[in-house]
Design a protein around this ligand. Structure first.
Ligand SMILES: C[S@@+](CC[C@H](N)C(=O)[O-])C[C@H]1O[C@@H](n2cnc3c(N)ncnc32)[C@H](O)[C@@H]1O
Length: 470
C-alpha cells in the first residue's frame, strides 16, 4: 500500500471511530433514561445535565431529547404493559439497556406521529448493535415491528370490567394513587386529574418582576427575542412563553425581569396580605419562588428571610436573589424542625410552603408518581406537623401563617390545617378579597384553596391562610 493510501485508510478509520463515539440524540436520551430509571436519579436534574453538557445540539435536538425522556417516563406503566403483552421476556427480566431501549422506541411508535415506524425500528436496531447487543437486535426488531403492525386497543384492560386497572394502565399512574384519589374525588374528576398530566406542555408560565417592568413591557421585550408570549390564565402578573431554546439564554431572564413560577404559587403572594415594612420568614424557601414574590410585593421595604436546610439549597436562593436584584431579602441555612429562639413572635407573616408528596405536579415531574409511596406520604404528614408545631411560634400575635403544598391529598392539606387549628391558637381567615372575582372556588371565604390539575388551569396546589389570635 502506498503512503498516501495508508494515510487515507487511517483517516477513514479515525472518522468511523469518531462517528461511533459521537452520541446522537436517541442515544443521549436513552442514557439519560437509564440513569433515571435504573439508578433512581431525578429526571429534571439529569435531563438538564445532558442538555447542558452537549453544546453542539440544535434546538430541535434538545426538544426531541426532552420529549423522548419526559414522554417515556410519563407513559412508563402503559409502555411496560404493552411490551409485556408482546414480548416473551417480561420487561422486568430484560437487560436494563434493552428494557429502556424498547420503552423509548415504543414511546416513539405510539406517541410521536412525526417519526416513521420504520425509522424507529431501524434506529433501535442500530443502537442495540452499537452498544454491544448485536445478538439481541433481532429480538428488539421483532418486538417493535409486531407492535407497530397491531392496535394496542386489543390488549389494554377493559374500563367496564376493572376501572382501577384500566385507569392505572391507560394513564400510567400507580394504582395506590388512583385508589386514594377515588376515595376523595368522583370518577370524572379523577379522570380529569389523571389526563392533565399529558396535556401539551409547550408553554412555560412566568411571573413578571413588576419592580422592573409591567407585563406588557416584558411581553414586548420577549417578543423581540423571538419568543412567543400569551397572557396567564388568571393573574395579570403571569405570562406564558414558548419557542425559546433554554431559559438561561434569554436576556430578560438574566436581567431578572421575570422568574419561572406556576400561577398556583403566585396566589401565595396575593393571599398573604403583605404590607409595607412587614417582616416575613419563609421557613422552607428554596429555590425562592414565593419569597421573591413577597420581596417584590414589599416594594423595597421590610425583609424576607428565606430559609432552607442545606448549603446547596441556600445557594439556589442566593443565586435568584442576585439575579432579581432584591435588597430586602436574604437566604439563611436553618432546619425548620429546630426551634429558633430569636425568631419567636418576630414575623408578621410566616410562609410554610412545606415538603410534600408532590402529587399535584406529576405532569411536570413524572418520576414523583413512581417514587412516592403511601408510607412516604405518611412520613411527610408527620414532617409537616413537626415543622408547623415549631414555626407557628415565629408569628406575632395577630400575624399570618400561610400553609401550602403542591399536592392534592386531604391528609397533607385540609386535615393538617384542622389538626393545626385544634392544637395552636390560629384560625382560618377568608381569602375572598385577595383573589380575582372571576376565580372559581367555593372555599375562598373559608380561607383555603385546593387547586386541581385538569379542573383548574394550574398545577395541583393547596394553600390556607391562618391568623394567630391576639
Ligand atoms: C416545596 S419546596 C419549597 C419551594 C419554595 N417555597 C419556593 O417557592 O420556591 C420545600 C423545601 O423545603 C425544604 N426542606 C425540607 N426539609 C426542611 C427542613 N427540615 N428545614 C428547612 N427546609 C426544609 C426542601 O429543601 C425544599 O427546598
Amino acid at each position: 500500500m502506498t503512503d498516501e493510501k495508508t494515510a487515507g485508510k487511517k483517516k477513514a478509520d479515525k472518522n468511523s471511530q469518531k462517528q461511533n463515539t459521537v452520541k446522537l440524540p436517541r442515544e443521549l436520551a436513552l442514557d439519560t433514561l437509564i440513569e433515571i430509571l435504573e439508578k433512581g436519579d431525578f429526571s429534571h436534574t439529569l435531563l438538564n445535565k445532558t442538555l447542558k453538557n452537549q453544546k453542539n445540539l440544535t434546538k430541535q435536538d434538545r426538544s426531541f431529547i426532552t420529549r423522548l425522556v419526559e414522554g417515556t417516563l410519563e407513559r412508563l406503566i402503559t409502555l411496560d404493559y404493552i411490551l409485556d403483552a408482546y414480548s416473551k421476556v417480561k420487561v422486568k427480566k430484560m437487560k436494563p439497556f434493552i428494557r429502556n431501549l424498547l420503552r423509548m422506541s415504543l414511546y416513539q411508535l405510539k406517541y410521536m406521529d412525526q417519526v416513521p415506524d420504520s425509522a424507529v425500528c431501524n434506529e433501535s436496531v442500530k443502537l442495540a448493535e452499537k452498544r454491544g447487543f448485536k445478538t439481541l437486535s433481532g429480538f428488539v426488531n421483532g418486538v417493535l415491528r409486531n407492535i407497530a403492525r397491531s392496535s394496542e386497543n386489543d390488549i389494554l384492560p377493559s374500563e367496564e370490567k376493572d376501572k382501577i386497572t384500566f385507569l392505572s394502565v391507560f394513564y400510567s399512574t400507580p394504582q395506590w394513587i388512583i385508589e386514594k384519589w377515588l376515595r376523595e374525588y368522583d370518577y370524572n374528576t379523577v379522570k380529569k386529574m389523571l389526563s392533565a398530566q399529558f396535556e401539551e406542555k409547550s408553554y412555560t408560565t412566568i411571573r413578571v418582576n413588576t419592580a422592573m417592568n409591567t407585563s406588557k413591557e416584558l411581553a414586548e421585550i420577549l417578543k423581540t427575542e423571538g419568543i412567543e408570549v400569551v397572557e396567564g390564565s388568571y393573574l395579570s402578573c403571569a405570562l406564558k412563553i414558548r419557542e425559546f431554546d433554554s431559559l438561561d439564554a434569554i436576556k430578560a431572564f438574566q436581567e431578572g425581569r421575570f422568574t419561572v413560577q406556576d400561577e398556583s404559587s403566585m396566589f401565595i403572594g396575593l393571599i398573604a396580605g403583605i404590607k409595607e415594612n412587614n417582616r416575613i420568614i419563609d421557613v422552607c424557601g428554596a429555590p425562592g419562588g414565593k419569597a421573591l414574590h413577597a420581596a417584590e410585593l414589599l416594594g423595597g421595604t421590610g425583609m424576607v428571610e428565606t430559609r432552607d436546610v442545606s448549603d446547596f439549597k441556600v445557594a439556589l436562593i442566593q443565586e435568584n436573589i442576585k439575579r432579581m436584584g432584591f435588597h430586602n431579602m436574604k437566604a439563611v441555612k436553618k432546619d425548620a424542625t429546630v426551634k429558633d429562639e430569636e425568631s419567636m413572635d418576630q414575623a408578621d407573616i410566616v410562609i410554610a410552603d412545606l415538603p410534600c408528596s408532590g402529587l399535584g405536579v406529576i405532569g411536570k415531574k413524572p418520576d414523583i408518581k413512581y417514587n412516592m409511596t403511601e408510607e412516604k406520604q405518611q412520613e411527610l404528614v408527620k414532617l409537616q406537623r413537626d415543622i408547623l408545631s415549631v414555626v407557628n411560634g415565629y408569628v406575632k400575635k395577630g400575624g399570618t401563617l400561610i400553609y401550602s403544598t403542591c399536592t392534592i391529598n386531604p391528609d397533607e392539606n385540609l386535615k393538617n390545617v384542622e389538626w393545626f387549628t385544634e392544637n395552636y391558637p390560629f384560625q382560618l381567615t377568608s381569602i375572598e378579597d385577595c383573589l380575582p372575582d372571576e376565580f372559581p372556588c367555593a372555599s375562598k371565604k373559608e380561607g383555603y384553596l385546593q387547586l386541581l390539575p385538569g379542573v383548574n388551569d394550574t398545577d395541583g396546589f393547596f394553600m390556607a391562610k391562618l391568623k394567630k389570635q391576639l
